[in-house]
Write a protein that binds this ligand. Structure first.
Ligand SMILES: C[S@@+](CC[C@H](N)C(=O)[O-])C[C@H]1O[C@@H](n2cnc3c(N)ncnc32)[C@H](O)[C@@H]1O
Length: 257
């Protein structure tokens, strides 16, 4: 089996570039760091281009049992693992995972529960919302054009493998909202406006969408004007607003039938 020990190695330099959007696009792949995430990829039988494993990887027996696809493996040194990882104590395993083809033009949705992100920027918030959407039984998350890249390392860490369980689409939100209207699916916007509808007065739905806005500016006027109804979670104390991922979690569990 091939062994790579130096961080100066040409291949290591390429893998390191997977932490940048340009590198991911060029190699059509992103990097998973850690046993829990690689295990999710193996269990989901996702397209694994390569597995990078340290010589004394602690869970080798379990890993070999799970690698039923026989994905190509390269042995790396601890030094290379530290160089590639963005965590202080890497677990000794990485997966180079193929980026899924995204459906950007609207197709018939045939219902489902969708979370839509309108220019959300913080990677921790984005990853948390994908993970919560998965936990709440949502069909998928649609990333509006100005939303941060879903496969950057911090988002991947926060998603905790949920990308293998729900659909992730990067697209024009307004086009998808039009499609939802055609299919008679309600689209709920969110705004910090006590005149909007209180979130606990709208009932439960199977086929619908919720749109969350940017951390600083909220939803754009353009998208707000195309929604079916806009919802507000009444603030009881003095905080000006809720963190976007917290608000999304409350709404997803409240509205989903
Ligand atoms: C921090 S807020 C944006 C604050 C921004 N200054 C504004 O006025 O919209 C970010 C996003 O979180 C969601 N959000 C936060 N608090 C909310 C609340 N009380 N009701 C509904 N949505 C909320 C909305 O999606 C909002 O666009």
């Amino acid at each position: 089996m091939k062994v790579i020990r130096s961080v100066q190695n040409k291949q290591v330099k390429e893998w390191k570039k997977l932490s940048t959007k340009k590198g991911r696009k060029k190699q059509n792949a992103y990097l998973l760091d850690g046993w829990h995430l690689v295990k999710e990829a193996l269990a989901a039988r996702s397209e694994i281009k390569l597995l990078l494993v340290t010589e004394d990887f602690k869970y080798r027996a379990e890993f070999e049992e799970m690698n039923t696809q026989n994905s190509e493996e390269i042995i790396i040194s601890e030094e290379v693992a530290k160089h590639l990882s963005e965590t202080p104590s890497p677990q000794g395993i990485f997966g180079v995972i193929a980026l899924k083809k995204e459906q950007s033009t609207p197709v018939s949705l045939q219902g489902g529960a969708w979370l839509m992100l309108d220019s959300v920027q913080d990677p921790g918030n984005i990853g948390t919302m994908v993970r919560t959407a998965d936990a709440a039984g949502f069909t998928g998350v649609i990333f509006g054009v100005g939303t941060a890249d879903v496969y950057q390392p911090k988002v991947v860490r926060a998603m905790q493998g949920s990308q293998f369980h729900i659909k992730l689409i990067t697209a024009s939100l307004s086009e998808w909202i039009q499609q939802m209207h055609k299919e008679n699916m309600p689209v709920f916007g969110t705004e910090l406006n006590p005149a909007a509808k209180p979130y606990d007065e709208v009932g439960k739905y199977r086929d619908f969408a919720i749109v969350m806005g940017n951390e600083g500016n909220g939803m754009s006027e353009e998208i707000l004007s195309t929604t079916t109804t806009n919802l507000y979670i009444p603030i009881k104390g003095h905080a000006e607003s809720l963190n976007v991922a917290v608000a999304a979690g409350i709404l997803m569990f409240q509205l989903k039938r």
